[in-house]
Every structure is written in structure tokens, then in C-alpha cells.
Design a binder for this molecule. Structure first.
Ligand code: ASP
Length: 467
């Protein structure tokens, strides 16, 4: 017999079905034993009479296969709260496919009150809980929506390397030693920024990628340690307006399709200059919800007209030399506003950048810009941020690429985890990731990072110097 999903039970009254799933709950009423069986589509009650052998042995989280008859429950027993609450399955056969030890953490609650370290160590159990199954399913639906939306509009999904060279987005890099070139290192990409621009030079015109980005910076509620995922996209021959219109339409349709219970408080989305946001709300990612306690309200906004540069502070970790006065507000490939180009020579702090930030309920969920595509302007920016000849040399490939008929281009990269975290109003971004690193950078379920075999270090010509 073909396995039936629990979610389909409500349409199968009177039919014989075969189910497979986990024992979610168990109630022993003398001769009759009730089990709530769970698979990823939901729960259903199974009724075992003494005629079916083995039911007394069942424990929570046992994996079982049951065949039986779908029946309507007596009216007085109907549970309106559950999708299958009007039905139950009268078991005919039972097979224990795989027993389970008592689980170290419960999986039948929302999990918020369980210590996070245990949740992370036993993440494969933690993910069994309904809330986590829902979050991960919604994440899938969001990324699938993005893929088809962009594909229908002529975008191509193109992968870019993970083993690459440092891309300056302002954070610290993760380095990977090269075995074949001793003493040299790859960097994991902080974003595919340079590659996507090179793809525009290559003439692909419309690119996207659900891209993993790596940044060695401290975690926060809305930022996981180590890695995160962006919908990275780039287009040629566009204005800033085109990028904003595309992203606004994508997210509006996405919310309608995947989060029908949510409502967007203002459409078209408000556009606020950086100056106004700071003056009026004291933040460049203002929370514009009308009713802050309403979990279904989504207040999207654009923040534009950022200054191209911020004054660089001593502590700023940045690729420019320590003596530089300016750091890019977004990144060093962001184009200055065409009207402000003369100010680059006279008063760089007054130059506006063609940067756009996407804000949702007080979180920055994406950023992007129109890019520089002229070599001389790019060099000027490098000088202003204090690049020495060596640092400029690290970007020769970009400067050279800009000499071969480069289309004007621009893009944006909304964070996938960040967006889900904000839409779902989750407590931490780790709640929307399957296997996030803990706040201390530990992937507990795999016990990473870990020591490696000295042979591996030898091969890489590395020596650990810590005591
Ligand atoms: N690469 C940028 C970032 O990761 C996004 C962009 O400018 O498209 O923030």
C-alpha cells in the first residue's frame, strides 16, 4: 500500500490507509491505547484495540507504520483546533520501524523555554517541533517563490565561488588555507558582490542567486554568527527606480502568496531619505508599524539618499588603511549621485550615494545600490577610502574589467533569514535556520569548530602557535 500523509486524512473517511510517522503523544485508557501520530504534515489520532499487538510497547518518538481505517469521530469528541480533529484512524496493523530513546529535550512544545544549547546540540530533534517545521517550510516557500518570480522575469540563477578572495563588505573574513599554494589563503565571500558585477560585465544582464555569505562578526538577535543567506540580484541598464520597483513588487506578491495572514501597512512603500530617517526617527531603519503589538502588520520602507561615506572611526574594521578618513556607507562599489560627483574633490562627506536600504518593522532586511562602472571614479573612491597601492592592487581585476564596455548596473541583496525573522516576529534569527551556529560560534550538533589531524596541518604548511 502507498503511504498516506497525515495531512490528507481529512479527505479519506471510510478508506484504508497506511501511515508512517512518529509517536507524538500516547494515552493509555486501559484496553484502548490512543496515539497521536505525527509526520511533517500534521497529527492524527490512532486508536489501538487489544486486537493489534505491540501498542503497549510504544513510547514517545518511536517511528511506526500503521495501517487502518479512517473514521469520523463522534460529534462530542471532535477537536476543532486540529485539522484532522474530526477524524481518527482505527489501527489494523502496527510495525515499530525504529524505537527511540527518551529524548533529551521535548519536541511537542514551541521550545522557547528550552535552553538553547540543548536545542542546538540536539537540533535534529529540536527541528521536529511544529514551529520549527513550519519555519523551515516557509523558508522553502519563500526561496521557491523568489526563484520562480525572478525566472519569469528573465533572471538567470548563476552560482559564484565560495573559495574566493576577500570581498570588502566591512566585516572580518573567514580564511581557508590553500594546500596547492602554501602560505596563500582563500577567503569565503562576504557576499558575491564583485562576482555579480563581473557577471554584468560578462553580459548576463539579469542575475540572481540565493547566496550564502560569510562574515566573522558578532551575532545579534537579527544576525547569526558566521553565515547567512541573501537573495542576491543584479541588473544591467537599470536605474535605482527600477531596482526599487522590482524588489517592492517581488516582496508584495511574496507576502500575498506565502503569508496571506499578514498585511502590508502602506503601499507603495514609503521612501525616506537617510537624513529624514535620522532626524524624525533617530534611526536609519525606522519601525513604521502603526500598531507595534500587531504581529501581522508588515511596515516596509525604503531608506535612500545615504551619504556615500561615513567618517571612519578608529575601531572600524575596514580594508582601508588605518589613516583613512572615510569609509563607504554601503560598500566601495556604490555609485555617487551624478549631481554630487564634483563634491568628491571638494567635500566628500556631502556626496550622496545611490544606495537603497530595505527596512521592515525596524530591521534592515536588505541593501543595494547602483554601482560605479567607470574606472576613474572607482579609483577615486579607492583613494578617498585610503587604499594604498597594495590594496588597490587587490582590485586590479575590477579596474581592468571596467575598461571593457561595462553596462551601467545595480542591484540589491535582501537577507533571506533576516526577512523571515522579521516577518515571523521570531525571537532570534536562529529560529529560521536549520543548523545555525550558536552565539559563541559553535555548531553544536557537529561539534564544530574542532581540532584537526596534525597531518592536515602539515599538508597546509600551518603551525598552531597557541599555548
Ligand atoms: N553585496 C551587498 C551586501 O551584501 C548587497 C548589494 O549591494 O547588492 O550588502
Amino acid at each position: 500500500m502507498k503511504r498516506t500523509s497525515v495531512g490528507d486524512i481529512k479527505n479519506l473517511e471510510g478508506k484504508e490507509v497506511e501511515l508512517a510517522g512518529w509517536v507524538h503523544a500516547r494515552r493509555d485508557h486501559g484496553k484502548i491505547i490512543f496515539i497521536d501520530l505525527r509526520d511533517r504534515t500534521g497529527l492524527v489520532q490512532i486508536v489501538f484495540t487489544p486486537a493489534v499487538a505491540g501498542a503497549v510497547d510504544l513510547r514517545l518518538e518511536y517511528l511506526i507504520r500503521v495501517s487502518g481505517l479512517v473514521k469520523k469521530r463522534p460529534d462530542s469528541m471532535v477537536n476543532d483546533k486540529l485539522p484532522n480533529g474530526a477524524y481518527e484512524v482505527e489501527a489494523k496493523t502496527l510495525e515499530i520501524m525504529n524505537a527511540s530513546e527518551a529524548t533529551p529535550i521535548p519536541v511537542d512544545s514551541d521550545g522557547y523555554d528550552i535552553n538553547e544549547e540543548s536545542r542546538m546540540k540536539y537540533r535534529y530533534l529540536d527541528l521536529r517541533r511544529e514551529r520549527m517545521q513550519r519555519n523551515i517550510r516557509l523558508r522553502h516557500e519563500v526561496s521557491q517563490f523568489m526563484r520562480s518570480y525572478l525566472t519569469e522575469r528573465g533572471f538567470w540563477e548563476i552560482e559564484t565561488p565560495m573559495l574566493t578572495k576577500s570581498t570588502p563588505e566591512g566585516a572580518r573574513d573567514f580564511l581557508v588555507p590553500s594546500r596547492l599554494q602554501p602560505g596563500k589563503f582563500y577567503a569565503l565571500p562576504q557576499s558575491p558582490q564583485q562576482y555579480k558585477q563581473l557577471l554584468m560585465v560578462a553580459g548576463f544582464e539579469k542575475y540572481f542567486q540565493i547566496a550564502r555569505c560569510f562574515r566573522d562578526e558578532d551575532p545579534r538577535a537579527d544576525r547569526a554568527y558566521g553565515e547567512f543567506t541573501q537573495l542576491d540580484l543584479e541588473m544591467s541598464f537599470v536605474t535605482q527606480e527600477d531596482i526599487l520597483a522590482l524588489a517592492e513588487d517581488l516582496f508584495t506578491k511574496l507576502v500575498e502568496k506565502v503569508f496571506p495572514d499578514k498585511h502590508i501597512s502602506q503601499s507603495p512603500w514609503p521612501r525616506i531619505s537617510h537624513k529624514e530617517a535620522k532626524a524624525k526617527y533617530g534611526s536609519d531603519k525606522p519601525d513604521l508599524r502603526k500598531e507595534k503589538n500587531n504581529p501581522d502588520e508588515l511596515a516596509f520602507a525604503w531608506v535612500v539618499d545615504f551619504p556615500l561615506f561615513t567618517e571612519q572611526s578608529e575601531e572600524d574594521f575596514f580594508h582601508g588603511s588605518g589613516s583613512a578618513k572615510f569609509a563607504p556607507s554601503h560598500h566601495m562599489f556604490t555609485a555617487p549621485h551624478p549631481d554630487d560627483i564634483p563634491l568628491l574633490d571638494t567635500d566628500p562627506t556631502k556626496v550622496r550615494g545611490l544606495q537603497h536600504d530595505l527596512v521592515l518593522n525596524g530591521y534592515e532586511v536588505g541593501g543595494g545600490s547602483i554601482r560605479i562602472h567607470e574606472r576613474d571614479i572607482q579609483e577615486k573612491i579607492f583613494n578617498l577610502i585610503g587604499f594604498d597601492e597594495h590594496q588597490k592592487g587587490e582590485f586590479t581585476h575590477m579596474l581592468e574589467a571596467f575598461t571593457y564596455g561595462v553596462p551601467p548596473h545595480g542591484g540589491i541583496a535582501p537577507g533571506l533569514d533576516r526577512f523571515l525573522f522579521a516577518v515571523l516576529g521570531e525571537k532570534s534569527i536562529r529560529e529560521v535556520m536549520a543548523f545555525p551556529a550558536s552565539a559563541g560560534g559553535q555548531i553544536s550538533v557537529m561539534d564544530a569548530p574542532s581540532d584537526v589531524d596534525p597531518k592536515q596541518l602539515n599538508e597546509l604548511h600551518l603551525k598552531i602557535t597557541k599555548e
